[in-house]
Design a protein. Structure first.
Length: 350
């Protein structure tokens, strides 16, 4: 995604869990892992592949991922982002974003004779399946997440009669269930691990029989990025998180940095948003990026910091990531022909 900017050469990795030796002078602690997770990488490549295979336009329902730079770059290549399915002309191709959609959206697309590509992150799909499973078993499902977030809307749509949204520990007092012996919690995948477990603990106090999902819903990438920030937070006077304001996991990284002991932390879309006033008395700057952020934007921040004298870069590594996801299966079909056939069928039926 875009050209690379020359950046300072980093020093060797710090062993996870260890504190850096006190050092004088300006330096950067660069979190690893950071940036693109497997689900975001899959979704962005899916849009690019669809444009290559089928030509523009390819419609995308909501931002494919929550990052301004990525969205603008894909728009230049011919992607058209829409908020509602009804905005997509009949007989077109539409892609569903990495955050997932409710079953009603699939029904809307079928009604408009649209050829669809589902780029939902497989880890979000896992939560959807859990919601369906527990609803079929007649559980009350307590979904921990932020109201209005696209992922929460999609998951809630799988079992609207069974799901209650719990937006943080302060919401727990208002939660009511039908049977305290049949209650399960699920969560949005991009939350703060610590905040989520605080909510879970409060729920368990109120509902001792609360069931946990078979495996952790918060995605591996979110956890790894938060762990890296925790490791460098106490050593950093300032942490800069690269990410967009509508990116839940990026916003959480700012909170995690402050919670870990960073004196100050800010979210920026790109280097141009860095405020010189942040650097008064700052020797150590931590840098990381959200799971929907291309590395070119981090490179820009590092280059900017180098001009301010922060040329010494040390990697703080929390984990190795090797997970990849295969592209949506729909990209193996001739969707333009499918879309034309669907549109022709609609005309014939009319």
């Amino acid at each position: 995604m875009g050209g690379m900017t020359a950046t300072p050469s980093p020093t060797p990795d710090r062993t996870p869990g260890t504190q850096a030796a006190p050092r004088a002078g300006k330096r950067v602690l660069l979190a690893a892992p950071r940036g693109y997770c497997a689900g975001v990488d899959r979704a962005v490549i899916a849009v690019e592949k669809a444009l290559e295979q089928y030509g523009a336009p390819v419609y995308v329902r909501h931002e494919i991922v929550h990052n301004k730079y990525v969205v603008k770059t894909l728009e230049k290549k011919g992607a058209i982002f829409v908020e509602q399915t009804e905005e997509v002309p009949e007989g077109s191709i539409v892609m569903f974003s990495a955050h997932g959609v409710a079953p009603t959206v699939h029904e809307e697309a079928a009604a408009r004779r649209l050829a669809t590509i589902d780029a939902t992150c497989p880890l979000v799909t896992k939560v959807h399946r859990e919601a369906v499973r527990y609803a079929n078993e007649d559980y009350d499902i307590l979904l921990i997440g932020h109201e209005g977030h696209e992922e929460v809307i999609g998951t809630s749509g799988e079992a609207p009669d069974h799901i209650t949204l719990v937006d943080g520990p302060e919401d727990v007092a208002n939660v009511e269930v039908r049977d305290e012996k049949k209650v399960v919690w699920l969560s949005q995948t991009t939350l703060s691990v610590d905040e989520t477990m605080e909510t879970v603990d409060a729920l368990k106090t109120k509902f001792p029989g609360l069931v946990s999902p078979p495996s952790d819903d918060i995605c591996y990438a979110t956890q790894n990025r938060q762990t890296a920030v925790k490791q460098m937070g106490a050593d950093a006077d300032l942490v800069i998180v690269v990410g967009s304001k509508n990116s839940s996991n990026s916003v959480r990284l700012v909170e995690v940095a402050k919670g870990a002991g960073a004196r100050d932390a800010h979210l920026v879309d790109e280097a141009a948003e860095i405020d010189p006033s942040w650097f008064d008395g700052v020797e150590t700057v931590g840098v990381t990026s959200g799971a929907s952020v291309p590395e070119v934007l981090v490179d820009g921040v590092l280059a900017d910091l180098a001009t301010r004298g922060y040329e010494d870069v040390e990697i703080v590594k929390a984990a190795e990531e090797s997970i990849t996801f295969s592209l949506p299966k729909e990209l193996r079909r001739d969707l333009r022909a499918e879309a034309a056939a669907l549109a022709a069928g609609a005309r014939t039926a009319g």
